[in-house]
Design a protein around this ligand. Sequence first.
Ligand code: ATP
Ligand code: MG
Length: 419
Amino acid sequence: MSDPLQAPRGTFDILPEQAPLRLAVEKVTRSVLESAGYERIETPTFEPTELFTRSVGEATDIVQKEMYSFVDGGERSLTLRPEVTAPIVRAYLQHGMHKLPQPVKLWYLSSCFRYERAQKGRYRQFWQIGAEAIGSDDPAVDAESITLLAEILEQLGVQGLQLRIGSLGGAAARERYRELLKAHLRANEDRLAEDVKARIELNPLRAFDSADESTRAVMATAPVLLDHLDEEDLDHFAELRSLLDSIELGYVIDPALVRGLDYYARTVFEFSSAALGAQSGVGGGGRYDGLAEQIDGPPTPGVGWAAGIERILLAAEGLPQPEPLTVLFVALADSGARTRSAAFALSTAARRAGVPSRIELAGRSIKGQLKHADRLKTRFVAVVSGEGVELKDFETGETSAFEDGDGALAAVLRGRGIA
Ligand code: ATP
Ligand code: MG
């Protein structure tokens, strides 16, 4: 016989032992973001392919190499979301959220799909938490957004954090700068890596991301976008920094910070962790004031971030260990019909009273059942027989016996402060 089927490469199962950690991420995210007025949103897993080609950008790695796209039965090209910002801006426009008080603040916990080289911290299906504030270009929104991600990562115990920030300026300044950068790249073409050379026209900014040594040397002397920003963009960036300074949130200005998505304008930022290896990015984001227009909406400013849950978990320390959930184990002294139904009723009554309860379901001997209850670390074991119930409290060592199950059990549990 051949091996059973495996999950696709680059994907993983979230097994029960990992669930409590993920729940901790969700809880912290929710409490931090909702305390700042963010509300949860969930968009579809797939979207029209065009949404991503237009917003993320034709020339990006994501669109060129990483999208899971398919044609459905109605001949439409659809794509499993590689990121969630564009879907959320799409939802904002589609539902007329501009009529709500601005900015509209939304958060999510969603899976994303990218066809990438699978390795530790880099998967083909992964989960992101994220926040978007749409409808204001006030730098205070950027500062708040960054601060909230810092707060979440800190509460989750992510180690070795570093925050880098930068500004890409507005479209006009970026266009002028692109020409300068292209000229610099062309002048040094013979020293550039092949893939960088191939993209001088299409995506010259991406050259800053190259790992190639000779390319990096060329980039070290490249013109820097921060030196070519408009007055307004510089003011915006200065105010962002002064707000971060006012709350003493540490950061490094990275003039070469480029993100892999074309829709960013003005603020960009990234949190990385020294606790991670090559895949050091924990979360990042920025302002995307032109995105809504790219998908046929009216000009609408916005800022947000996304952080990878798997990378958070890899870099976090001190997350909660799973706690045993069972309080009561209902054991069956025999397999008679009366015993079975009495035990079933007892366990159900306990759960209805709010007491986590489990019943024997595997036909074990009474000895086996007690051993199993011990493994579950339950505090109470109720042994049900034709004659009634014997309840043992393993914390106090006390035993009580009663004939009718439910009522008496409830009284005992109440007496112990359980239910
Ligand atoms: P990287 O530079 O590592 O490829 P990215 O810039 O492509 O990251 P973003 O698009 O900004 O990442 O996504 C935000 C976050 O999502 C990242 O900081 C990372 O934590 C996480 N992430 C991105 N791609 C993956 C992936 N393939 N597997 C797991 N997590 C990912
Ligand atoms: Mg990437």
